[in-house]
Design a protein around this ligand. Structure first.
Ligand code: NAD
Ligand code: PRE
Length: 293
């Protein structure tokens, strides 16, 4: 049972964690910290949090669990602010979409508290943001990746694993490097490519008519282009190395496609599409049990 959970960032991810623990009757009090008073008021109205604060240092006093669920670019000032006020037994974790940078921040700002720190990343979410987007069940049937520090105490890791399982998630462990390479490929770059595609569309001579006639294919391909700008700017910058390597691979594939089309190479084009299509179809079949975002 968690006595006092503090969310540093009261949006989709933090709010859904609080709701899941509330439904499991595993938390006595949830305090939401945020930048926007309107968002905090909405979180209170919706019962996502029980109390609100705009002062992270003061809010974490007496907490036994802190989830940092703000954009990764905000984690440095947040860790710095809370460090002096954390109780010795307070478990500190985060939901950041990148891990190498965040692990470095734990080391730099919470050095005295590392046994109680366990970095994490729920692999669930959506293109929506803010407390109003939080929902029960977001983590059901989904995965959570933990990247424990060598210093993380086994009891702290086990406690966090238990809490995520109570939210309905399956918990995995990875190194921060492995994490950032995998999620550059299957999350960060797909978002950036969707942004690039939308911006390319804006260069079309008749964008208004294009958008009028855009249908399901466009909707499926571009849903994530509507995601939160600050969050994705921070992710792209934090995981720049892996993202750039993957973007280069994408540019290479687009160039290969252009060459096939310029050459009118029907057999080559068939092979090109078949390779992609069979991989996507097999993935869909294998992951059918996973709930939709
Ligand atoms: N959205 C997703 O699909 C998803 C999935 C997994 C992990 N994440 C990660 O989880 C974190 C939160 O994402 P989200 O989708 O909940 O975003 P969100 O925008 O819904 O919520 C984040 C909240 O943090 C607040 N915030 C920003 N800076 C702050 C600060 N300095 N102090 C206090 N509050 C601050 C914002 O005002 C906002 O209300 C991010 O690090 C993101 O990378 C997101
Ligand atoms: O479903 C979405 O819209 C998401 O973007 C969720 C998603 C992803 O699958 O890429 C986004 C960022 C995360 O860190 C984890 C999950």
């Amino acid at each position: 049972m968690v006595r006092k959970l503090v969310l540093l960032g009261t949006g989709l991810i933090g709010g859904s964690f609080a709701l899941a623990l509330k439904r499991a009757q595993q938390v006595a009090q949830v305090v939401g910290v945020g930048r926007s008073q309107a968002n905090l008021e909405r979180a209170l109205e919706l019962g996502v949090i029980d109390a609100a604060s705009q002062d992270p240092a003061q809010a974490v006093q007496g907490a036994d669990l802190v989830l940092i669920a703000a954009p990764v670019g905000q984690m440095q000032p947040l860790m710095q602010a809370i460090a002096p006020n954390l109780a010795g037994d307070c478990l500190v974790t985060d939901a950041g979409s990148t891990k190498r940078d965040v692990v470095g921040l734990y080391r730099a700002h919470l050095a005295a508290h590392l046994p109680a720190c366990v970095p994490g990343h729920p692999i669930a979410g959506s293109d929506l943001s803010g407390a109003a987007a939080a929902r029960y069940g977001l983590y059901e049937g989904r995965r959570v990746v933990l990247t424990p520090l060598p210093e993380s105490a086994p009891e702290a890791i086990e406690r966090l694993e238990t809490l995520w399982r109570l939210c309905g998630a399956a918990v995995y462990r990875m190194s921060p490097e492995e994490h950032d390479s995998v999620f550059a490929a299957v999350s960060h770059v797909p978002h950036l490519v969707a942004f690039a595609y939308m911006n390319a569309l804006l260069e079309h001579g008749n964008v208004a008519q294009c958008l009028d006639f855009a249908a399901t294919g466009f909707r499926d391909f571009t849903r994530i282009a509507g995601s939160h700008p600050e969050m994705w700017r921070d992710i792209a910058l934090a995981n720049r190395e892996a993202v750039l390597a993957d973007l280069q691979r994408n540019v290479g594939q687009l160039q290969a496609l252009i060459h096939l089309l310029e050459a009118g190479d029907a057999a080559g084009l068939t092979h090109y599409i078949e390779r992609a299509s069979s991989t996507r179809v097999a993935w869909e079949a294998r992951t059918k049990g996973l709930s939709k975002p």
